[in-house]
Design a binder for this molecule. Structure first.
Ligand code: GTP
Ligand code: MG
Length: 298
């Protein structure tokens, strides 16, 4: 199966929530008028594109309908797809050597799994990767990262449970320098019930990165669970206020009808989506391409 067919298949639930409704709306709209736009607005909101992003899209469409004299449902659909693509900031993830990637996000969104997938991807591209098990909050966390490390065949730096996460990263940086690693990927704890401490901890990881590895590029990727829908936006806001976020990874896009939330978060937070998780195995991480995404869900 080609890349696009597989993407379409993985995003089938989102596609069902969106494409079918849009198709039937347009099929019964002999002409495009205000009612069509209002019904379209409702469909987009129900499909988790978010109220704000949807309102922006609809008002842009309304202008286009006027200015470009859009009459046919097909033209309207194409215009909608084009506007959605434009929502995503046009930024690419540029990995230079060496790079430290801090992977952040709340509990259970898929950080550790995504790190395994990223390590696999970078290693397949010929890069030397080291993982830092800086989620020292849970006993099993470092072990879980080690399992991924073994599976992929990359080194994992870990300490005891309860150790200082910054000390783990410090050691990983020393190991990275000594072993000439291209990329150090750092796992972090995601508990939000101690929100302030968590954010302070993440800031400390930034400081250690900057101070201990002056030559390295520092990237932070916020992992969001697509199945949480609009909740993901609230999470993204909290993280963006506290720390500098380079871009997003949306996980669990397979098996959810809420994939439209990608549009909502990109629009609300003006952040690029770099990857999407479409399953639980190593290969199930795809580089996010707004055009392919929009084609797959319509
Ligand atoms: N279907 C699907 N499941 C995923 C995906 N990404 C992660 N998961 C699952 O989500 C669950 C949680 O993943 P973890 O990687 O442990 O999440 P985490 O953010 O590290 O969790 P904490 O360490 O507890 O904060 C696991 O069961 C993963 O298999 C994905 O893209 N698709
Ligand atoms: Mg984890």
């Amino acid at each position: 199966m080609g890349f696009f067919d597989s993407l379409k298949q993985r995003l089938a639930k989102t596609r069902n929530a969106l494409a079918e409704k849009v198709e039937s709306l347009l099929k019964f709209s002999a002409r495009i008028d205000e009612d069509t736009l209002e019904e379209l607005e409702e469909i987009l909101i129900t499909a988790d594109l978010g109220v704000n992003a949807t309102e922006k899209l609809i008002s842009q469409l309304r202008e286009k309908v006027k200015a470009e004299k859009i009459r046919s449902p097909e033209e309207l659909k194409e215009a909608l797809k084009n506007e959605i693509v434009k929502v995503f900031p046009d930024k690419k993830l540029d990995i230079v050597s060496p790079t430290i990637i801090l992977v952040v996000g709340v509990n259970g969104v898929g950080k550790t799994t995504t790190i395994g997938k990223l390590a696999y991807k970078f290693k397949s591209e010929g890069k030397k990767v080291i993982l830092a098990a800086a989620d020292t909050f849970r006993a099993a966390a470092a072990e879980q990262l080690s399992v991924w490390g073994n599976r992929v065949g990359v080194d994992v730096i870990k300490h005891q449970e309860g150790a200082d996460p910054a000390a783990v990263l410090y050691d990983a940086i020393q190991a990275g320098k000594a072993r000439r690693a291209d990329i150090i990927i750092c796992d972090t704890a995601g508990r939000l019930h101690t929100k302030k401490n968590l954010m302070e901890e993440l800031k400390k990881l930034y400081r250690v990165s900057e101070k201990e590895y002056k030559d390295a590029q520092i990237i932070s990727l916020l992992v969001l669970d697509a199945t949480t829908g609009q909740n993901a936006i609230a999470q993204a806001r909290i993280f963006k206020e506290a720390v500098n976020i380079s871009g997003l990874i949306l996980t669990k896009m397979d098996g959810t009808a809420k994939g439209g939330v990608a549009v909502a978060v990109a629009s609300e937070l003006n952040l690029p989506v770099f990857f999407i998780g479409v399953g639980e195995s190593l290969e199930d991480l795809q580089e996010f391409d707004p055009k392919a995404f929009v084609e797959a869900i319509f």
